[in-house]
Design a protein around this ligand. Structure first.
Ligand SMILES: [Zn+2]
Length: 309
């Protein structure tokens, strides 16, 4: 009798675990060199299937600890990333560098209570003001409660635009904050000794970018500046690692997008004409097409309209 009660309790616990938290998709670990690793997530928007795990994180192993770039969509994603890091090194995560305020890049920070957080001041302000709303949105789209997830506002903030060279835990790095690109508070992380750039969502690979909080014309100029850097490996915000030629392809793609919208606008056309002029097949091949194309056209149309007012 006692045995069967135990069995029943064990069964209920199993059911509870299964209902409460579906396992997150596997972390794809890619070693860049002995101290730099990319943790690549799925590329879709956050949804019930991926449980909100759909971001890339960079792991840089310093003398005492780990510098992490981007921490994921909620606490469980942060813990998921933490487990992957524990498979590489026993050192704790001491710093988290946050590329921008979109929830999938920082809401996992709560899983690393000892870490120092660094972002642009604009990004920190967005997290402080809208972080709770980001958690609610993430809970809704993933079908998870996320009661355990609280936004953490970065303690160290940098101005936009600015560029800061520094050393953290024996690692030389440069934080690059453009004026505006994907958002008004982007920060890229450049490791000059490794030739590695973590770009945040300023670069995405085989994924439709999200223009909704950015300025496409300024974004293109930022990508032109990236192309002047001695890049060896780029970890984009979403998608596989990139090389210089992939960055050039992305530049051509968004450049063409802007040009089409501008040409339609200046020739007196309507927003509805843009889909006819764009080479949509190119975009359909990339992830997130359905989720992004409509908003991207509309956002760029308004941007071009404002510029030509
Ligand atoms: Zn983003």
């Amino acid at each position: 009798m006692r045995y069967s009660v135990t069995m029943w309790v064990a069964f209920m616990m199993f059911v509870g675990t299964a209902v409460g938290a579906e396992p997150l998709p596997e972390v794809k670990l890619q070693k860049i060199n002995d101290r730099v690793y990319a943790l690549l997530g799925p590329t879709d928007v956050p949804n019930k299937q991926n449980g909100g795990y759909m971001n890339n994180s960079l792991v840089v192993i310093g003398q005492q600890g780990v510098i992490l770039v981007d921490s994921g969509s909620h606490r469980a994603v942060g813990e998921h990333i933490g487990k992957a890091i524990a498979g590489i090194t026993t050192k704790p995560v001491t710093h988290i560098l946050i590329t921008h305020h979109h929830g999938d890049h920082h809401l996992g920070s709560i899983a690393f209570p000892a870490a120092q957080l660094v972002s642009t001041a604009n990004c920190a302000k967005e997290i402080e003001t809208n972080g709770r709303g980001m958690v609610s949105w993430m809970a809704r789209v993933t079908g998870r409660k996320l009661d355990d997830t609280t936004p953490v506002t970065p303690q160290q903030k940098m101005a936009s635009p600015s560029r800061q060279a520094m050393q953290i835990d024996g690692i030389k790095l440069e934080l690059i904050a453009p004026q505006t690109a994907h958002t008004h508070g982007d920060m890229m992380v450049w490791l000059p000794e490794d030739g590695v750039l973590a770009s945040g969502d300023i670069l995405v690979h085989a994924v439709n970018p999200n223009f909704s909080d950015g300025n496409l014309k300024k974004w293109i100029a930022v990508v032109d500046d990236i192309l002047k850097m001695p890049l060896q490996t780029v970890m984009p915000g979403h998608g596989e690692l990139m090389q210089q030629k992939d960055v050039a392809e992305f530049r051509a793609l968004i450049g063409e997008f802007y040009k089409v919208v501008e040409t339609v606008f200046k020739s007196g056309g309507a927003e509805a004409d843009i889909r006819k002029k764009l080479d949509l097949a190119k975009w359909q091949k990339l992830a997130r097409y359905e989720a992004m194309m409509g908003g991207n056209i509309n956002h760029t149309w308004l941007e071009v309209e404002a510029e030509n007012f």
